[in-house]
Ligand binder design. Structure first.
Ligand SMILES: [Ca+2]
Length: 186
């Protein structure tokens, strides 16, 4: 990921980062701040079929605000991350060795726990599609993503399959990685 001391990312990685920034910057402000991650957390926690006093709801919120705190190292004096600063923060955290495990696994684990309604440790089609629809992926896109990721044909995605897909989505520079399907086209 480093050449001549300068961090480089591929065109595919940059396209995905651009797409994600645009999805996060719902209001088109041109920057992200803590309220964007709080809103994302509210959406994801709200989409889970959990009672309001269920601790798994708060764990989703806490994990996403924890992610913001990691990314916010490059925020300006007003606590804002421009598109460029946000991309730099992602590169420095998620893309680093062990970065995915350190930065993203806690978020993924809290979301899986919150949406695993039957408690079998995996997400079935309905549980998985509910996650994606909480972040405004449409039903068609969610169904297509499940079909692409359910390589065992079991009708369920294991925690390991979900982590592999999320890692591919976030980090892979292969445009054909199945994990790229997570948030639709980019
Ligand atoms: Ca389940």
């Amino acid at each position: 990921m480093t050449a001549n001391g300068v961090d480089v990312i591929s065109a595919v990685q940059r396209a995905k980062l651009d797409h994600r920034f645009s999805l996060l910057d719902v209001a088109g402000k041109g920057y992200l701040d803590r309220t964007d991650y709080a809103e994302l957390a509210r959406q994801i926690a709200g989409g889970a079929q959990l009672r309001f006093d269920d601790p798994r709801r708060q764990e989703i919120v806490d994990s996403l605000l924890g992610l913001w705190d990691i990314l916010a190292v490059h925020a300006d004096a007003d606590g804002r991350l421009s598109r460029e600063a946000w991309q730099a923060s992602v590169q420095e955290s998620v893309f680093e060795p062990d970065g995915f495990e350190r930065v993203m696994e806690p978020v993924a684990a809290s979301v899986i726990a919150g949406y695993d309604g039957d408690g079998d440790g995996e997400l079935d089609r309905a549980e998985f599609e509910a996650v994606l629809m909480s972040i405004r992926v449409d039903a068609e896109g969610a169904a297509a993503a499940f079909a692409r990721l359910d390589t065992r044909g079991s009708g369920k995605l294991s925690r390991e399959q979900l982590m592999v897909a999320l890692r591919e989505f976030l980090v892979s520079d292969d445009p054909d990685s199945p994990g790229n399907m997570l948030l639709g086209s980019f």
